[in-house]
Design a protein around this ligand. Sequence first.
Ligand SMILES: O=C(O)C1=C[C@@H](OP(=O)(O)O)[C@@H](O)[C@H](O)C1
Ligand SMILES: C=C(OP(=O)(O)O)C(=O)O
Length: 452
Amino acid sequence: MSAHGDPVPMTARKGAALRGVADVPGDKSISHRSLILGAMAVGETVITGLLEGQDVLDTAKAMRAFGAEVSRDADGTWHVHGVGVGGFAEPEDVIDCGNSGTGVRLIMGTMATTPMSATFTGDASLRSRPMARVTDPLALFGARAVGRKGGRLPMTITGAANPVPVRYKTPVPSAQVKSAVLLAGLNAPGQTVVIEAEATRDHTERMLAGFGAEITTEITQEGRVITLTGQPELKPQTIVVPRDPSSAAFPVCAALIVEGSDVLVPNIGLNPTRAGLFETLREMGADLTYENLREEGGEPVADLRARYSPDMEGIEVPPERAASMIDEYPILSVVAANARGATVMRGVKELRVKESDRIDAMAVGLRAAGIEVEEGPDWWIVHGKGPGGMEGGVTVATHLDHRIAMSFLCAGMAARQPVTVDDAGPIATSFPVFEPLMRALGAQLDRVNRAG
Ligand SMILES: O=C(O)C1=C[C@@H](OP(=O)(O)O)[C@@H](O)[C@H](O)C1
Ligand SMILES: C=C(OP(=O)(O)O)C(=O)O
């Protein structure tokens, strides 16, 4: 089933080269945070370039339910009238975060230090994902959580009436956990400290500083020590959301594996906590160049140019790079299948608790398409067959996972036989224009007539 309706089976087949300019939408992580911090500020935050994917629309709806005013102009500019730190009102109904782990975990953090209750749910994928990683540290602030067995949604959080600041070392490399703790710390008096052994995406830290919070990051032997001073008055901002490197990954990788391709993907943020895939592809021998490299809003930005790369070879991806490309392993495995030799991916157990178990979902589909894959709890190896070496001729299950759907559709663009995904519907959660954008580059994507 797609997140919001009947399944949308879709087939990708080998066609001509992919060529042209791919304007990918706004960054999903930064879009969620713009709405949430806008709702915590006093006054009007104006956002352009917001990703209008279902995950982010569900966060916008949630911010309204907590009392913020959120509106959209006809030209796509968004306005958020915030209620101030600690100003959330108790929602009258269940908060449905759809397919979005980021949405639900960040919002739980944001309300956990305000004395009120809220009940959260989501689609079948989100209801199967672990929430204790967030509710454990929120309990240290004084919040209580009651959910299903194993800490699953639906779950009710009762925020702390007298929150205390927290010092917390994250046990998993997760920007969502780090962000939930920092957002809870906003309404706790004194200093909340989060320590992460491995650097994860730092958008929350950067944006909190932009909204005027006192926040510092120190690199120590323990890792990154992030200290936030609670109960600031956040000042509304004008935010231009950069384009999403995780979405850019799809046209970039498709161009690398489809013969004769040459695609330009402009204005992609290369924040080092997000750009691990592009580094990995270049190490594999991809013809991927950064054009017009510049700084925008304090972040490196470039136009990515990807050309067909028949000489790519498998590599061992450094495990310490995993957090900076965590959402990109599914599409990397498709590139790996079209490279020569083994691509070894270790230190990636987080892939098993995303929208689906992504190692399992990719391994099953790749094997069916003729590619050998080995796997363990926190590693997998894809044995590439070189350019055009994937047989295809399969229908794969996407398990309500947008990245699995997009990855297999890109695989089908280079395989000998077509590849069908059982449901392309979830793609709308993060990349609603994927289908027209890829078609405009020349991709052969067809919706399958289920009656026929
Ligand atoms: O903070 C964020 O915006 C995200 C963090 C990552 O999840 P984890 O924190 O679970 O690693 C990533 O997979 C997700 O797509 C977005
Ligand atoms: C893991 C992802 O998102 P989330 O955790 O927000 O559902 C993703 O977009 O790949």
